[in-house]
Design a protein. Structure first.
Length: 213
């Protein structure tokens, strides 16, 4: 199994650096990433949110059932601030602002963004130039819909590099990284960051001063 890394340790939970490709649900090749971490640490763990299999970054796992319930409630009440980083080729329809709309199932496990707002996905984003022809995006989802960020970038005309499902530029890796989680837990302020991957265009992004701290 993979060697997994913790980026934050607490008596009630861990934040692990989930590798791209590590599954949240067991498949024919390997067990779930939470099960892998539990085996590695030799303790029982509870997942409290999820990341898509190709997405890397900060994943919160509880160390006991009580903490799992509290942390799950914080997610449900949108009390956990999530920051993602993504890289895409081309020019977006706008360089910053909100992407808001209902999500609807499309073909073969994909989703699409609608103009309606009955129960919308909500994402605030900003973007900056990375290299000629590429921009990086700081994404702040206030909801947690399936494929929300990937669909948001596609709706802006700039699908994420490596996101072949939504028409992104071909690359072995999806360039979407769960960079930071920030929340209050039993009166304690928690900020946990997962370092950027070293592959692909993330290596260039890691040199940006804005991400140094």
């Amino acid at each position: 199994m993979r060697e997994l890394t913790l980026v934050f340790q607490h008596t009630d939970f861990y934040v692990m650096d989930k590798p791209a490709g590590a599954p949240m649900h067991a498949n024919a090749q390997e067990p779930s990433v939470v099960h892998q971490l539990a085996e590695q640490l030799q303790e029982q763990l509870w997942p409290v949110h999820r990341l898509d299999t190709p997405t890397s970054g900060a994943l919160l796992v509880a160390r006991n059932a009580a903490a799992a319930a509290e942390l799950s409630q914080l997610f449900a009440e949108r009390e956990i601030s999530k920051t993602y980083l993504a890289i895409a080729a081309g020019r977006p329809k706008k360089k910053q602002g909100w992407v808001v709309g209902d999500m609807d199932k499309a073909r073969r496990g994909s989703w699409r963004l609608l103009h309606s707002t009955t129960n919308p996905a909500r994402t605030y984003f900003s973007s900056q130039s990375l290299l000629p022809g590429y921009r990086y995006y700081t994404l702040h989802p206030s909801t947690g819909k399936t494929h929300q960020l990937r669909v948001a970038l596609k709706s802006l005309g700039v699908p994420i590099v490596g996101d072949q499902r939504y028409g992104g530029e071909a690359n072995p890796h999806l360039h979407l990284h769960a960079w930071q989680l920030a929340f209050a837990f039993r009166g304690e302020k928690i900020i946990a960051k997962a370092p950027l991957p070293s592959y692909g265009l993330f290596a260039e992004l890691a040199t940006k001063d804005a991400l140094a701290n």
